[in-house]
Design a protein around this ligand. Structure first.
Ligand SMILES: [Ca+2]
Length: 474
């Protein structure tokens, strides 16, 4: 600092304007202190708006965060699967640009030099720490593999993954709904406390780090692992949902059928086709229990923000990493180009902005990187695919963009891309097949209206053709 002042003074003798700017620079950074960033990622959390779930789920802490922030009712991921979605969010690039379209390739394998969102803050002086699933953990078999998948060192000063204790692994009730055909379709009401599960430990560690860092600016990633499968949560969260109080989704008659690659593909489709109404309800109950369990852990983190009066200093972003079908089109999980899978939860609470607001403006998860950079006063280190959402946060009626885009791949050379405008969802498969849904008349996307609105197809196709090309798979 002393050496800097001396140099500034010397320059100032000859260049008064430069000298003035130098003097003001520390004042400007004092006037705009670094905000904390709390990125809460929830694995496989669907957007509960609409359909039959809104009034069923018990998630008071999600409601509490909504009361502090702005809820995006039309926010879309760029690839509706864990790893591709998270790599897209963390780089601010579309999956077409990252080339990461599956759960088998860690970020650095394809993008060794990209500056990730937490890394941007870390390199600018924020303390950066990850707890749980921020990046996909890739089934990392050991601590070293998990550190690689979490991008420890580059994105974070520390990155920590958690596992259930012996008590948390003991199931008091539960079974595999597919009889073992799909290993992940296991549910279980577990013995033990919240902290016997990873999400309880993730909340505890997040709160402890917030308290340790005190006034030091931080970027903390809090990555909850439920309601992702296996659908295991402490038993008390199952008890919130008596089985008889729930009903399973049932698709209405007359729905337009779609190709197998659109939904219903692979072993999953065959297994789900055998589900009884009771089995759909059983899985739904377990998904809701996992959601309420996660929500209770979220509450512990929000308590820490209350206790330490951090809301005015902290940009809080909560996302799901994609949507989730809980029975719609006989599908359970993600990885489709329907609204249920592409639309994901997004809540942002920003310092100084009123809470309890919702927006219908279209937003994409590639917008989050430039949003954080904007709030933190940091320059984008590479060309952004998205836009800062700050104008929507200032005024929820702002229409920032007229379309959101999502990609899926289906092996071989087949892939599908979809564009969601305020009214339409148009899906184009790489072999030329199309689907078109009219959200004004049909928010559940039951009826393909490609034939009735053929005039729209060239223009919507043009929009998809303007996306960056999908890179070759090595
Ligand atoms: Ca996920």
């Amino acid at each position: 600092m002393i050496a800097g002042r001396g140099r500034g003074g010397m320059i100032g003798m000859k260049h008064p304007v430069v000298f003035l700017a130098f003097l003001l620079a520390p004042l400007a950074s004092w006037a705009q202190p670094k905000p904390n960033v709390l990125l809460i990622m929830v694995d496989d959390l669907r957007d509960f708006g609409g359909a039959y779930t809104r009034d069923v789920v018990k998630a008071p802490n999600l409601d509490r965060l909504r009361a502090r922030g702005i809820t995006f009712e039309r926010a879309y991921v760029q690839y509706p699967v864990c790893n591709p979605s998270r790599c897209s969010l963390m780089t601010g690039l579309r999956a077409e640009q990252t080339g990461i379209v599956g759960n088998d390739v860690p970020l650095r394998q394809r993008m060794p030099d990209i500056v990730t969102l937490p890394q941007l803050c870390k390199d600018a002086g924020w303390q950066s720490h990850a707890f749980g699933k921020l990046y996909h953990l890739g089934g990392g078999k050991d601590a070293e593999a998990r550190q690689r998948w979490m991008d420890a060192d580059r994105s974070w000063h520390t990155a920590q993954a958690f596992e259930a204790t012996a008590a948390g692994r003991k199931l008091l009730e539960g079974r595999n709904v597919t009889g073992g055909a799909l290993k992940w379709c296991q549910w279980g009401a577990a013995d033990g406390t919240d902290d016997d599960q990873p999400d309880g430990q993730i909340a505890s560690a997040t709160v402890a780090m917030i308290e340790t860092l005190g006034e030091t600016p931080w970027f903390i990633g809090c990555g909850f692992m439920k309601p992702h499968d296996p659908f295991i949560a402490p038993k008390k969260y199952f008890d919130l949902y008596p089985p008889d109080s729930l009903r399973a989704w049932s698709d209405p008659a007359g729905m337009t059928g779609v190709r197998k690659e659109s939904v219903g593909f692979g072993d999953y489709g065959a297994a789900f086709a055998k589900f009884t109404e009771e089995e759909w309800r059983e899985l739904f109950r377990a998904y809701l229990a996992g959601t309420s369990f996660m929500d209770a852990q979220l509450g512990r983190v929000l308590d820490a923000l209350d206790k330490h009066r951090l809301w005015d200093k902290t940009l809080v972003i909560l996302v799901g990493d994609h949507g989730y079908h809980t029975g719609e089109r006989l599908w359970w999980s993600k990885n489709t180009l329907f609204e249920r899978s592409c639309r994901a939860p997004l809540i942002i609470a920003a310092p100084g902005l009123p809470g309890g607001r919702t927006t219908r403006s279209l937003a994409e998860f590639v917008d989050l990187y430039p949003t954080v950079a904007d709030f933190c006063g940091l320059r984008m280190p590479h060309a952004a695919a998205g836009l800062s959402l700050r104008p929507i946060l200032a005024d929820p009626a702002t229409q920032l963009k007229d379309a959101a885009f999502t990609l899926v791949t289906r092996g071989g050379n087949l892939y599908g891309q979809t564009i969601r405008t305020s009214r339409w969802r148009f899906t184009l498969w790489s072999d030329g097949e199309t689907e078109l849904y009219d959200h004004d008349a049909d928010p559940e996307e039951l009826h393909d209206v490609s034939a009735a609105h053929a005039d729209l197809i060239p223009q919507l196709t043009g929009r998809l053709r303007n996306l960056p090309p999908l890179p070759e798979t090595p």
